[in-house]
Design a binder for this molecule. Sequence first.
Ligand SMILES: [Zn+2]
Length: 178
Amino acid sequence: MQNIQINSDGICSEAKFIASPNIDARPNAEDISLIVIHNISLPPKQYGGNGVIDLFSNQLNPDEHPYYAEIAPLKVSSHFFIRRDGELIQFASCNDRAWHAGASNWQGRERCNDFSIGIELEGSDFEAFEPMQYETLESLITSIKTRYPIEAITGHSDISPGRKTDPGPYFNWSRIKT
Ligand SMILES: [Zn+2]
């Protein structure tokens, strides 16, 4: 997906919008300076289903998979989710705070959700991401940078070391370095 644009309401018209209830206001609406890259798949390492959408919508059925029983009570979200085929789904306006990073620290600043935009790639720590995912990601990052004063792009594992491993060893950072 190319030529993505984000409007002043923080909404990407090229994305499918599915509102997550797991959002709130940023403490400083002007401070949107970090992009955090994640990976996720539900069930783990299975792609194309509704697990991630259900999780971010508080609709995950704990009986559907043993892992779901563990994570169903979580209240989490992300601004964006990029499917294996490059499809872009948005769960929260970029102007709002999504709940993707949890306990985190970026260069001495804690609570990275306050000032970051979270992008989830459908994937795992165990295999490469798809070229179409990078295409969408590159275009999305360009559009985010056009709208917000982004200072850095980082991985979840970098801001929550020891607790998180995504986006994992297969994420190709050279694709998004400018
Ligand atoms: Zn993550």
